[in-house]
Design a protein around this ligand. Structure first.
Ligand code: ISL
Ligand code: CA
Length: 555
């Protein structure tokens, strides 16, 4: 049973104060020279994570998979992916984390499985196979076409015809990722059992992949042309989602001390509240897309402004309500590197702007998520051609649009926003392959590992790594940053992001130009408590791309 969370003043659950670090195991550290990261690689870096000060690791899928979607297509939920090692390696990694007071949450991918999962192999054998209803099969339309006009996120229709049984099966993602049928109580029971398997091993909870999609719209009607532009808002909209989550909590979660964070792809802020209001006994947290996707329309990159970013932070803070709690992040394995997306990755500015962004992540109100390499200021990768990308989403979307978009335009967007930008290997040293592998890396290492790497940054007091490490420590001791109310004091300013957290004032300069920022008289400045700034009366001078946290007195 998690702490009694039916009132906002109840005992504070551990995950509200935790700093979470996401590991994409394929790209973290390779210890056997096959060019692919592995679990012993994570175990080898636990002291690095402890020194950074993170409390929880979110591990992207480590399960047996054919890797059509790099592990988000699971073939056996109770087996470790061969490339990543063995169950003994998993147990050693978990024991190492536990010994250091670091909790582990794993990735629950149960909207779909791999088409190589035993359930699907059985299901497709015949219409009367006992596993048929583990997935979503429908007859063709009279003209032989797919049952409706749903589109898949990785290109093409969301239906694939199975010659053997003469029906289509549904897959919101790749054809190798058939959607599970959550209306089938046997499917739900299988999920409860596999969750208990890992909870009984000692994991502390789950990040739940596209969990709002598990409840399919009754009747599976066609989407309108408007809905087709962003089908995720329909796929995430069926109310039976809440029934499934409540059953999950009753059957499994309430019997363990867990944290659950749902990937709320397709859920708008006002709807997200229903998923995390502690009185509803569903999820604890959600990962929302409003900020990281504020300047992406399908495959196309648009633009963002600082006032718009600020407005989103205020909207999300207000939407979460007194019985909910936010997550705060700027990147993950599906999004570009934060310093390339929201900072300035010019070599002269990358370190300073990465420090500003990590200050933003670690001083906003909510549970912060750092993505591997973000603590170093790792950047997007200079992909040259579409063939350089590994991600099936890049290839799949290109097939969808190539008849109406030039390759140059599509490539420019993929270079800016493609998921592989965040999947290039961790940069540990300036040596060959950034110290990630002694073999040939599965995805190339960014050449800027020459300067952006953990070993070099550990030695430099003003590095992104040491800034992030110090700020995590500062945050741990600051009740204002952990619990203080959030208020943007200057939403329209186009260069400075200025907000209160309790009795602290956070100032972030989002430009290369230095700025003299006038703090309103009613916020009497008492001095800089973190970062660097000059105070003259109520005016604070910030160099280009720097941040500061100030203490403010009443009156
Ligand atoms: O936004 C997206 C759809 O165009 C993708 O970046 C992503 O598929 C979406 O955010 C859902 O992500 C999750 O489910 C996918 C997997 O590929 C992602 O890695 C995972 O985070 C399917 O399992
Ligand atoms: Ca390896």
């Amino acid at each position: 049973m998690t702490a009694n969370s039916t009132s906002p003043t109840a005992a504070r659950p551990w995950w509200k104060d935790a700093v979470i670090y996401q590991i994409y195991p394929r790209s973290f550290l390779d210890t056997n020279g096959d060019g692919v990261g592995d679990l012993p690689g994570i175990t080898a870096k636990l002291d690095y994570l402890k020194a950074l000060g993170v409390d929880v690791v979110w591990l992207s899928p480590h399960f047996d998979s054919p890797n059509a979607d790099n592990g988000y297509d699971i073939r056996d939920y109770r087996k470790v992916m061969a490339e990543f090692g063995t169950m003994a390696d998993f147990d050693a990694m978990l024991a190492g984390m536990t010994a250091r007071g670091i909790r582990l949450i794993i990735d629950l991918v149960v909207n779909h499985s791999s088409d190589e999962h035993a359930w699907f192999v059985e299901s497709r054998k015949s219409r009367d196979n006992p596993y048929r209803d583990y997935y979503i099969w429908r007859d063709p339309k009279p003209d032989g076409g797919p049952p409706n006009n749903y589109r898949a996120f990785f290109g093409g229709p969301a239906w694939t015809f199975d010659e053997g049984s003469g029906q289509y099966y549904l897959h919101y993602f790749a054809a190798k990722q058939p959607d599970l049928n959550w209306d089938n109580p046997k499917v739900r029971q299988e999920v409860w059992d596999l969750m208990r398997f890992w909870l009984d091993k000692g994991v502390s909870g789950f990040r739940m992949d596209v969990i709002p999609f598990i409840a399919k719209t009754s009747g599976l009607p066609d989407l309108t042309s408007e809905e087709l532009r962003a089908p995720q808002f329909v796929y995430a909209g069926d109310p039976r989602l809440h029934d499934h989550l409540r059953e999950m909590r009753r059957e499994v979660l309430d019997h363990y001390d867990t944290m659950t964070v749902g990937e709320a792809f397709g859920v708008r802020p006002e709807k997200a509240r229903d998923l995390i209001d502690s009185r509803r006994r569903e999820l604890d947290l959600v990962i929302n897309f409003d900020i990281v996707r504020m300047d992406i329309d399908g495959w196309r990159k648009t633009s963002w402004t600082l006032p718009r970013l600020k407005a989103l932070y205020t909207e999300l803070d207000q939407a979460v309500g007194p019985f909910g709690w936010n997550t705060v992040f700027l990147s993950n394995h599906d999004n570009p590197r934060s310093v390339s997306h929201f900072g300035d990755d010019d070599p002269a500015w990358v370190e300073r702007s990465a420090k500003v962004l990590n200050t933003l992540i670690l001083t906003q109100r909510g549970t912060p998520f750092l993505y591997q390499g973000e603590e170093l200021g790792m950047t997007n990768y200079p992909f040259r051609t579409l063939d350089d990308f590994d991600d099936l989403e890049v290839a799949g979307r290109w097939r969808d649009v190539k008849h109406r978009v030039s390759e140059a335009e599509y490539l420019a967007n993929a270079r800016a926003m493609g998921r592989d930008n965040a999947r290039t290997p961790m940069q540990w040293t300036s040596g060959p392959n950034g110290g990630f592998t002694t073999g040939r890396p599965w995805l190339p290492v960014n050449p800027n590992t020459a300067t952006i790497n953990a070993a070099a940054e550990a030695e430099r007091p003003d590095s992104v790594l040491n800034h992030t490490r110090a700020l995590i420590a500062f945050r741990r001791d600051s009740i204002d940053l952990r619990e203080g109310d959030y208020r943007d004091i200057d939403p329209d300013h186009e260069q400075v992001f200025a907000y209160r957290r309790g009795k602290l004032l956070v100032l972030l300069n989002f430009e290369r130009e230095a700025v003299r920022y006038a703090v309103p008289a009613e916020q009497a400045l008492h001095g800089v408590v973190f970062g660097s700034a000059e105070i003259q009366g109520q005016t604070v001078r910030l160099d280009g791309w720097t941040s500061a946290i100030l203490e403010v007195g009443a009156g």
